[in-house]
Design a protein around this ligand. Structure first.
Ligand SMILES: Cc1cc2nc3c(=O)[nH]c(=O)nc-3n(C[C@H](O)[C@H](O)[C@H](O)COP(=O)(O)OP(=O)(O)OC[C@H]3O[C@@H](n4cnc5c(N)ncnc54)[C@H](O)[C@@H]3O)c2cc1C
Length: 383
């Protein structure tokens, strides 16, 4: 159920419906794929056949819109996350892991990689986090150094989505230039000196790998953006895609509410429907209220992000915080009203419960985003 506030134009309605169709096709594979720590070939094939990854890439390189479109990505993720967190992640990374190429890649790199990303013939990855560095990204220790016609990358990246299955890694490292800055370089996964491992499995399994770059050499054409200007590309990536996490959170919450509704309306106890018993109707209505609020806001912000990504980054942060925190509350309430049936391992509600949790940590933990927003708020008051 969704109200008139969410009105999408015809093109986005079409994309939403294609995503819904893909989500349904993936459902039979979801339980297996969502417990996998490597890319599921069935889900990958279905995503490829859907052609939806094209919304992540500029039209000039095989994409759908002139530029990757924040609203399309948000609307598509909402549908995909309701079916499978694995499917959602695979789709999401094609944008997050390729935007720096779209914005800062050489012609050669764009022409080689972007059509492959759009067609799902290449799997994208963005490697920022390190074993000892997460939110405090400027403390990273990976180094990037120019050496004639080549660039040398040395260091270890950790918790990288698609790690081990990606076709390339966009790697952020420290580089000496006019002072020390942070550069971004594309390293094809099969470059000598790149090794991957999978030391972590998280509560909602995810394709995650650690990548070691042991003096890895790539041609200078593999730089993304100018030397020491890599952070700008990372920021541009977040400004375009952060709001789409809200889409995934809303899809997760909606699926949890749907399960709670189906269960409580179908079960009678104490002589009445569970959906009408005690606080259960209020819990269901509160979940509906929060989901509608989150969806309305996320779509508005996604439109703003499509028009002016950096100018609306604070709104994207708010949309991400709001929707992911709401998803946490909705999945928890849904499990509660389903009683023991909400706890069954492998059930959709149990998978949704686990899938909602990492969203409040990755791509800017709630508290990190609140910290940034509070600084902006206080500065706006002249302090
Ligand atoms: C499923 C998943 C996928 C991921 N995929 C990728 C990927 O593809 N590429 C990649 O580079 N990384 C990826 N990551 C890593 C992710 O970006 C980091 O987990 C995130 O940046 C947080 O860093 P951290 O986990 O080291 O937490 P820390 O930095 O140790 O922070 C821990 C907690 O401290 C609090 N905190 C930290 N800093 C502040 C602050 N300034 N103000 C207030 N509170 C603060 C927050 O509550 C935060 O949750 C992924 C993580 C997950 C869980």
């Amino acid at each position: 159920m969704s109200g008139p506030f969410h009105a999408l134009d015809a093109e986005h309605v079409l994309l939403r419906d294609r995503a819904r169709n893909l989500a349904e096709l993936c459902l039979p594979h979801a339980e297996r794929a969502d417990e996998s720590d490597s890319v599921d070939s069935d889900v990958l094939q279905l995503l490829k056949e859907s052609g939806l990854a094209a919304v992540q890439v500029p039209a000039a390189y095989g994409g759908h819109f002139e530029n990757p479109d924040s609203l399309a990505v948000t609307v598509v993720r909402e549908q995909l996350a309701a079916s499978s967190s694995h499917l959602d992640s695979l789709f999401a990374m094609q944008g997050i892991g390729s935007y720096a190429i779209s914005v800062g890649g050489s012609d050669e790199i764009k022409e080689h990689w972007l059509p492959r990303v759009a067609a799902m013939d290449a799997i994208a990855a963005l490697a920022l986090t390190e074993p000892d560095v997460g939110s405090d990204l400027k403390a990273l220790t990976t180094t990037i150094a120019a050496d004639g016609d080549e660039v040398v990358v040395t260091g270890t990246k950790s918790f990288i989505t698609n790690g081990g299955d990606a076709s390339y890694y966009c790697v952020l490292g420290k580089e000496e230039g006019d002072g020390v800055g942070y550069s971004l370089v594309l390293v094809p996964a099969d470059t000598p000196g790149v090794t991957t491992s999978r030391p972590y499995q998280i509560m909602a399994p995810h394709v995650l790998g650690d990548i070691e770059f042991d003096g890895v050499r790539v041609p200078v054409s593999h730089r993304l953006g100018a030397p020491t200007k890599g952070f700008g590309l990372v920021l541009a990536t977040l400004a375009t895609f952060r709001v789409s996490v809200a889409g995934a959170a809303i899809g997760t919450a909606q699926a949890a509410l749907d399960d709670a509704l189906a269960h409580t309306t179908g079960r009678d106890l104490f002589g009445t429907s569970l959906a009408r018993l005690g606080p259960v109707p209020q819990l269901l209505a509160m979940s509906w209220t929060e989901i509608e609020m989150a969806r309305s806001f996320a779509y508005q912000v996604a439109r703003a992000a499509a028009a002016d990504p950096l100018g609306s980054l604070h709104l994207s942060s708010m949309a991400k915080i709001g929707a992911t925190e709401i998803a946490g509350r909705v999945v928890d309430r849904s499990v509660q009203v389903m009683g023991r049936f909400g706890l069954v391992r492998g059930s959709r509600i149990e998978r949704l419960y686990r899938a909602a949790r990492p969203m409040r940590v990755y791509e800017g933990a709630t508290e990190v985003l609140l910290d940034g927003l509070s600084k902006q708020l206080i500065k706006g008051h002249g302090r």
